[in-house]
Design a binder for this molecule. Structure first.
Ligand code: FA5
Length: 382
């Protein structure tokens, strides 16, 4: 409730003591007592800063506050006989008003602090907010596992562009234009403005990084290249238009087929466990000679081809082996593109499909779950 100014009828301070017919010290005292009571009452009703300001102006405002009125109307024109007693009462009244104003100011400050405290108070007994902690995607975890294994045998990691030129993606890998291998990698070319110096495409494998690495450094080379690749493959349980590979390349002056098989077998046993068996089959890649496909014994049926419950193992379809990746000794023709002397150096390369490797290791039967971002799937691999 806001304080209202007193009307002149109810405000005796607008009149002189003579007009109020106050002639004795007792009536002066009771007049001041009434005024003091009124001020007390109004001060007790102050709740807000505006009310405080109204109260202050009304009672102690210099221009027309009640204190000034009392001085002008009661003290100054008072009869000589009453002047002393009015002066004394006025002094006490002034002190009283000042302490009322001060008290009201302190009360308001305390109230504001209390409101702020209540708003900001932290209740330590309340249960905390549980923020779910994220984790690496399974593909990222598998990348990490593979990187750790190859780190331990002296390989380092390099990364390369996902947008490539046909030269790095095909030609320098010994895949000339119109080579039938390009049919399998028929892919995503980028729409470029007319007159662009070279066509660009999303890389179809991580193998272009073999060339980029050998262009940059002389042998010995021992690198792995994790990354995304893109192909115009229709999505199904084992195919995606975007998937992940880890390329491997080792070139030095005396690298043999034995180094190659030893390295690959070491990796597979570290990744799948010591009981897994491995084998090579002849294959063909234009940039390796000889080329192989590398198989591991099926980890689901223990390499028997038979499911635990009897019947054919659904993962290897009874073959007892699962194809893991392509690899081979670097074709000497490739060295010609990077100014390596094919008579002096030799090496091996491999290209692992990470999504299928993760599917095999973790028993996942549909590649699409990697890209659907369903937390019920992701949470299984914290
Ligand atoms: C290559 O990409 C060669 N660059 C690999 C290589 C490197 C050979 C170095 C020799 C030396 P390939 O097209 O087979 O090879 O693909 C390699 C792996 O990628 C496959 O074994 C498979 O695991 C995976 N892959 C291929 N296509 C898809 C696809 N559409 N979706 C998911 N994974 C795929």
């Amino acid at each position: 409730m806001y304080l209202t100014a007193m009307s002149s009828a109810e405000n005796p301070t607008e009149k002189t003591l003579a007009e109020l017919r106050v002639r004795t010290p007792e009536s002066v005292t009771s007049l001041f007592a009434e005024l003091r009571e009124k001020a007390n009452k109004e001060q007790r009703r102050i709740e807000k800063a505006e009310q405080f300001e109204q109260f202050r102006v009304k009672w102690v405002g210099r221009k027309s506050g009640i204190l000034t009125q009392v001085t002008d109307n009661w003290l100054k024109p008072a009869d000589a006989g009453l002047k002393r007693i009015v002066g004394q009462a006025l002094n006490e009244f002034r002190n009283h008003l000042q302490s009322l104003v001060e008290q009201a100011r302190q009360d308001l400050d305390a109230r504001a602090t209390q409101v702020a405290d209540t708003r900001e108070r932290v209740d330590l007994s309340l249960p905390g907010v549980i923020r779910p902690i994220g984790s690496h995607h399974l593909i990222r975890q598998v990348f990490q596992e593979i990187e750790d294994i190859f780190f331990s045998i002296g390989f380092s990691v390099v990364e390369g562009p996902e947008i490539e030129t046909p030269y790095y993606n095909f030609e320098a890998l010994n895949i000339p234009e119109f080579h039938p291998v390009r049919d399998d990698m028929d892919t995503f070319y980028i729409d470029l403005p007319k007159g662009a110096p070279v066509p660009l495409l999303l890389r179809t494998h991580t193998s272009p990084m073999q060339i980029r690495t050998m262009e940059k450094q002389k042998p010995p080379v021992r690198v792995i290249v994790p990354g995304k690749v893109y192909r115009r493959d229709n999505p199904d349980a084992t195919h995606s238009f975007m998937f992940h590979q880890v390329e491997g390349l080792a070139v030095d002056t005396d690298i043999t087929f034995c180094d190659f098989t030893g390295t690959i077998e070491y990796f597979v046993k570290q990744f799948f466990g010591p009981s897994v068996k491995t084998r090579f089959r002849p294959s063909y890649f234009p940039f390796t000679e000889p080329s192989v496909e590398f198989d591991a014994s099926c980890s689901f049926c223990g390499g028997t081809g038979t499911a635990a419950a009897g019947g054919t193992c659904s993962k290897c379809k009874g073959a007892a082996w699962i194809e893991l990746f392509g690899a081979g000794m670097v074709d000497p023709a490739v060295y010609g593109f990077v100014n390596y002397d094919a008579k002096k150096v030799s090496g091996f390369a491999f290209g692992i499909g990470i999504d299928r490797l993760a599917m095999l290791k973790y028993g996942i039967d549909d590649i699409q779950v990697f890209f659907q971002n369903d937390v019920r799937f992701l949470r299984q691999f914290p």
